[in-house]
Design a protein around this ligand. Structure first.
Ligand code: ADP
Length: 494
C-alpha cells in the first residue's frame, strides 16, 4: 500500500471512529436525560388557547351560545380534544371526581388525584379567555397517574359554567418518556441525514488532506529516491537535504552511506593497484632471472636462483599476510582468548630475535605484568613484528630497548630503537596497508603489511598502537596498549 492510500485509510478510520463516538455519546445522552415536560405543558397551553378561542368565537356567533351553557360545552371541547389526540377530562370541583373522561379510563364518579407541577413556564392566557375562566384563576398544571400507572401531564382550566357548579376542564397528554427507542424513532430519520452528510464531507476532506499531506511527505522521499538512483562514483553529487526533519535525516543517512561506499570503493581500487604493483615487482625479477638462466646469460646461475627463491618467498609471505589481514578485518580469524602474561611473551620473542640482531644491542626490561586476555600466537606476532621492524631499521651497533609497564588501566609494550627513524609526514600513514616509507631503504624489502596486521590484531584485543619518532636517524618508538581485566576490576573496586 502506498503512502497516500495509507494516509487516506488512517483518516477514514479516524473519521469513522469520531462519528461512532459522537453517536454513542448522543445515544447515551438521550437515553439518560428525560425530555423536559415544559414543552408538553406549552403544547397543552397552546391547544387550550386555540380550542377555547374557537369556542368563544362560535359562542359569539349566535345559536351556539345557548349550547355553551350547560354541559354541552364540555362535549364540544371533548370532541375537539379527541380529534387532535389530546385527552380531555371534566372534573367536579372541589371533590375532584370525574364527570367525563374522553378515553373512558375513569368512570364518572371516580376520584382523581394529581400532583401539581412545580413552576411551569407558559405564555399567559390572552385576556379574552378570561371570560371563560372563573375569577381569573391561573390554569393548573400537573401530572396524574392512570390506574395502569401511565403518567399524564395536564392543564386544568377552572370554568365558569353559569351554574353554581365548579368544573375543571383538563387537557392531558401522556408524559413524554424519552427512551432511546422513542428518541431514535423521533429523531432517527432526521438524524441519519446530517450524520451521513457529515460522514461524506469528512471523507471528502480526508481524501483531500491525504492527498496534500502525502504530497508534502512523499515528494521529498521521491526526490531522495530519484537522487539516490542518480548517485554514482564519478560525479560526486549528494542527495539534497530538504523537507521535514525525518526526511532530512534519511537524506543525511543516505549521504553518509554514500560516503562510506565511495571510501570503500576507493580503498578497494587503491588496494588492487597496490597488490598488482607489489606482486608485479617480484614477478618481474623472477621472470628476468629465470629467463637469464634459461638463455645461459646468467653469469652466476646460483646467485640468480637465490634471487628467484627470495622473491618467491616474498610473494608467499605477501599472500599469507594478505589472507591474514583480510580475515582479521572480516573477523573471520578465530582467536583463542586466554589470560596471558605479556612480559613472558616479550621475553621469549626477544630471546629468539636476538640471534638476528647480531651487533644491535637488545635490552628487555620486562617485570611481571597484570594479565591480559588474548590469543598467545597473535600477541607473539605483534611483538615479533615490532621487534623485527626495529632490527631491520636500526644499523649495526645500535640499541633497541624493550619495556613493559602498567598504564591507564592496561599493560603497555614499548619498543624503542635509535635507528633510521620515520619522517614526521609519514607517521600518520605508517599503519596503512602496503605503506612503506621508502621502498628502497632497509636491507630487505618488506611488504608494507606488517604494521597493518599488527594494528588489526591489537584492535581486535581492544587495545591501541601508536608511534613516535623525532625524525630522520633519531630512532622510533612504538607503543602498544592492551586492556587488563585485573586492573579494570581493581580500579572499579576502588
Ligand atoms: P614492512 O613489511 O615494509 O616492514 P610494515 O608495515 O611493517 O611493512 O612497515 C611499514 C613501514 O614503516 C616500513 O616500510 C618502514 O619504512 C617503516 N617502519 C616500520 N618500523 C620502523 C622502525 N622501527 N623504524 C623506522 N621505520 C619503520
Amino acid at each position: 500500500m502506498n503512502l497516500r492510500a495509507r494516509l487516506l485509510l488512517s483518516y477514514i478510520v479516524v473519521i469513522m471512529a469520531t462519528l461512532v463516538i459522537i453517536s454513542i455519546a448522543l445515544i447515551l445522552f438521550l437515553n439518560v436525560r428525560p425530555a423536559p415536560p415544559q414543552q408538553t405543558y406549552r403544547d397543552l397551553t397552546t391547544f387550550a388557547q386555540v380550542s377555547l378561542r374557537n369556542l368563544v368565537t362560535n359562542a359569539r356567533s349566535g345559536p351556539l351560545r345557548r349550547q355553551l351553557q350547560g354541559d354541552e360545552v364540555f362535549q364540544y371541547i371533548t370532541e375537539l380534544a379527541t380529534d387532535s389526540g389530546v385527552r380531555a377530562l371534566l372534573l367536579n370541583m372541589p371533590e375532584q371526581t370525574v364527570l367525563y373522561d374522553s378515553t373512558g379510563t375513569y368512570q364518572p364518579g371516580d376520584s382523581l388525584t394529581w400532583t401539581a407541577a412545580p413552576e411551569v413556564e407558559v405564555p399567559e392566557l390572552p385576556g379574552f379567555l378570561q371570560n371563560l375562566i372563573r375569577n381569573r384563576l391561573d390554569p393548573v398544571y400537573g401530572t396524574f397517574l392512570d390506574p395502569d400507572t401511565e403518567e399524564w401531564l395536564f392543564i386544568g382550566l377552572d370554568l365558569n359554567t353559569q351554574t353554581d357548579e365548579e368544573r375543571l376542564l383538563i387537557f392531558a397528554e401522556s408524559a413524554p418518556t424519552q427512551t432511546l427507542r422513542a428518541a431514535l424513532g423521533q429523531l432517527g430519520s432526521s438524524l441519519a441525514r446530517p450524520v451521513f452528510q457529515a460522514a461524506a464531507i469528512g471523507l471528502l476532506v480526508a481524501a483531500l488532506m491525504a492527498y496534500v499531506i502525502s504530497r508534502t511527505i512523499a515528494h521529498p522521499l521521491q526526490e531522495i529516491a530519484a537522487a539516490t538512483r542518480q548517485v554514482n562514483p564519478e560525479d560526486r553529487s549528494k542527495v539534497p537535504v530538504t523537507g521535514p526533519p525525518e526526511v532530512r535525516a534519511v537524506a543525511e543517512a543516505i549521504n553518509d552511506m554514500r560516503d562510506e561506499v565511495l571510501a570503500t570503493q576507493t580503498a578497494q581500487q587503491d588496494f588492487i593497484v597496490n597488490v598488482s604493483h607489489d606482486l608485479k615487482t617480484p614477478l618481474t625479477s623472477i621472470q628476468g632471472y629465470s629467463q637469464a638462466i634459461m638463455d645461459g646469460a646468467a653469469n652466476d646461475p646460483v646467485k640468480a636462483a637465490t634471487i628467484i627463491h627470495e622473491e618467491a618467498a616474498r610473494l608467499n609471505r605477501m599472500v599469507t599476510e594478505l589472507t591474514d589481514l583480510t580475515r582479521l578485518q572480516n573477523g573471520q580469524l578465530s582467536m583463542q582468548k586466554v589470560p596471558l602474561q605479556l612480559s613472558q611473551i616479550v621475553e621469549v620473542v626477544a630471546q629468539r630475535l636476538s640471534i638476528v640482531a647480531k651487533d644491535i644491542t637488545l635490552t628487555a626490561d620486562t617485570p611481571p605484568m597484570p594479565e591480559i586476555i588474548g590469543d598467545g600466537d597473535r600477541m607473539a606476532q605483534v611483538v615479533t613484528n615490532l621487534i623485527s621492524n626495529a632490527i631491520k631499521h636500526t644499523p649495526q651497533g645500535g640499541t633497541i630497548r624493550i619495556r613493559t609497564q602498567v598504564n591507564n588501566g592496561g599493560v603497555e609494550l614499548i619498543v624503542q630503537d635509535n635507528g633510521i627513524g620515520i619522517p614526521a609526514a609519514e607517521l600518520p600513514r605508517i599503519f596503512e596497508r602496503f605503506y612503506q616509507v621508502d621502498k628502497t631503504r632497509g636491507p630487505r624489502r618488506g611488504t608494507g603489511l606488517g604494521l597493518a596486521i599488527t594494528q588489526e590484531i591489537v584492535q581486535a584485543h581492544g587495545g591501541s598502537i601508536s608511534v613516535t619518532s623525532a625524525g630522520k636517524n633519531q630512532g622510533s618508538t612504538f607503543t602498544v596498549w592492551l586492556p587488563s581485566p585485573q586492573l579494570k576490576t581493581a580500579s572499579s573496586a576502588r
